[in-house]
Each structure stands twice: as C-alpha cells, then as structure tokens.
Design a protein around this ligand. Structure first.
Ligand SMILES: [Zn+2]
Length: 349
C-alpha cells in the first residue's frame, strides 16, 4: 500500500478567517513563535487585508510575501527565500496561482504549508501536486506534499467569481470518466485501483451530482463543493498518483494547453467538456453529466469557448500523446475526424 499523509486539520466554516489565529494555533502548536511567511497576491490585499493584518499582529515572526505569477521560477524563488530566512511555516492565502506556488515552495523548503483558499476552482486544494508554468512550455504538474492544514472560510469563498466555482464543479464531475478510465487501465495493464481512493473520488462526484442545492452563491453549496474538492485531492494522495481524478478528459485539457494556448478556458471547464466526450467514447450515458452542468449553468458548447471543430478534433487526436504512459479509453477507441466531428455537432445542439 502507498504511504500517504492526511492534513492535520481541516476547517470548512463560516467566519473561519475571523478566528484564523486560533485555527492556525490548532493546526501548528506554537506557530506564534515560528518564523512564518504569509504568501498572497497584491490584488487580494483590498479583500483580505484586514485578516492579513490581524494574522501578522498575532504571529510576530511572520511576514507578507507577494506572489506575482504562477510559475516554477516564482516557486523556486520563494523556496530560496524560505531556506535563506529559516522560515518554518508557509501560509498560502489566495486562489490557485498563489496556492500552487506556496505549496511547491513549502515542499522544496521542507516546511509545513497551510492553505487558506479564497476561491474554489480545482482540486489542488488538498492534492499532492502543484501545477506551475514553465518557460516556453505549457504548465507542468509537479509532485509535492499535501497541506498540513486547510482552512476554508465559506463567507470569503462565496464571493469568488461564478466562473471559478463552475471550474471547481468541472474538476469534480470529471471524476466520472477518470474513474472509469482507471478501471480500464487496471483491466488491461494490471494497474492497481486503490479501493479507498476510488471510494473518496466517487463520493466527491456523487456529492455534487446528487446535491439538491443548485445555487452557486449559497453557503450550503460552497461547503459541499469544498468537501468534494478536498476529497478529490485526498484520493490522489492515498492512491499515490492522479488516476482517481484524471483520465482521458484531462488528456484533452492537456492537449488544448499544449497545442492551443490561445484558447482561454479554465482547467475545470476544459475537463468538464472533456468528460462529455470521454463519457460518449466510453459508451456510457452522458445525461448525468449534462444534468449537473445544466443545473450550474455551465456552457457545454465548445464554440462558445473558442474551440472550433478543427481545434476540437485535433486536440482529441493529440490527447493520448500528452501522457503516453496512461491507459484510457483513448487506447481502445479508433478516433477519427468523422467520429469527433459528430460528437462536436452533438455538443453544439
Ligand atoms: Zn483536474
């Protein structure tokens, strides 16, 4: 069995940021005596400034570090800062950009990392990977450790843009096809499907799929989405790989990123569109996915995301090559321009 870690603390509550110092002390006893970096980004200062000021006051050995871009270089710069200044704890406050840089820098610096998300756009919240930009290339996924603590203030995240929350939904419902592909791999190549990871990932999908609360701006929904994303990240940690969360639908997303960088679509939305296609290729009923996407007003027409039939077809034809070591439904179906063109037309109806 794979060796895994679990976050020492998880807080999903309304007003968590108002009692952040109490929560942080619970996550890391003696934190007030430790040298701490609070990593965030400038655009969040007007929104999170009061909480950050309070944190700095109660953590006398802390300092603010502003992250400018989601890149490997930026993460290494921060890791160097951590090592040179003998920093013992890093707290990431922000969206995916800040959290992935802080997570990877904390991993390289071998220190505890606590994440305080201000939005919910993918399952990197609790996952053992960081997705970072690399020079002259698409983004790359780097292995690292999961956070020591996760603190989600429902009152903060509820103000996140709708598109971010829809992206978080997309990354969750894509598990429907990812799990199927994982089983295909097990059946054809003998890859091991870890039952516990499978269960957690399936629970994440089901919790959104069968959720009665359809308002993205309700506190109940924010709690459910957070739990789903946390479960998705933990499933990867327990499996020791990303298979419980990533199948052929993610390969489509990687292919778009690598071959069509001009397409502006969030990770979660791209993998959700990918799932609509993977599900058809897997010969399964796609209505369950469509119902969820429709309920949360997620646009299923690829053209509205700037993905023409030519781009769509080409991205799918190149998808399997983005991760050649992966066995998915793409290894079993003979993809042709005609087949993909037909699916594209169906998606546009
Ligand atoms: Zn994903």
């Amino acid at each position: 069995m794979n060796q895994f870690n679990l976050p020492g603390c998880l807080f999903i509550e309304e007003g968590a940021c108002e009692r952040l110092n109490e929560i942080l002390a619970d996550c890391i006893p003696g934190i007030e005596k430790k040298r701490t970096v609070i990593a965030t980004e400038e655009s969040l200062l007007p929104i999170m400034g009061a909480y950050l000021d309070e944190m700095k006051r109660d953590l006398p050995k802390s300092e603010l570090y502003l992250i400018e871009e989601n890149s490997f270089e930026e993460a290494m710069e921060l890791a160097k800062y951590i090592c040179m200044k003998d920093v013992e704890v890093i707290i990431g406050v922000g969206g995916g950009k800040v959290l992935d840089v802080a997570k990877y820098a904390g991993f390289v610096g071998k220190i505890s990392y606590i994440c305080v998300p201000t939005t919910l756009s993918n399952d990197s919240l609790s996952s053992p990977v960081a997705v970072l930009g690399t020079e002259g290339d698409a983004r790359k996924t780097f292995k690292c450790t999961i956070p020591a603590g996760i603190v989600v203030d429902v009152n903060v995240v509820i103000n996140a843009p709708l598109s971010h929350l829809q992206s978080g939904i997309g990354d969750t419902i894509s598990k429907y096809t990812a799990l199927y592909d994982w089983k295909l791999d097990a059946a054809h190549r003998g890859d091991r499907v870890d039952g516990f990871s499978y269960l957690l990932s399936d629970m994440a999908f089901s919790s959104l799929c069968y959720n009665e609360e359809k308002s993205l701006k309700s506190k109940e929904f924010i709690k459910i989405l957070t739990q789903a994303l946390v479960l998705g990240g933990l499933a990867m940690e327990i499996a020791g790989n990303s298979r419980p969360s990533s199948g052929s639908e993610h390969l489509f997303c990687h292919s778009l990123e690598e071959n069509y960088r001009e397409i502006s679509i969030s990770h979660g939305m791209a993998v959700a569109l990918g799932s609509l296609v993977s599900c058809r290729l897997q010969g399964r009923d796609v209505s369950r996915l469509e119902t969820v996407m429709r309920a949360y007003h997620m646009d299923m027409d690829p053209m509205n995301w700037g993905i023409t039939k030519k781009i769509f077809t080409d991205a799918w034809l190149k998808a399997a090559d983005t991760r050649k070591d992966r066995y998915t439904v793409l290894n079993e179906v003979a993809l042709t321009s005609d087949l993909l063109g037909g699916i594209y037309d169906e998606l546009r109806r």
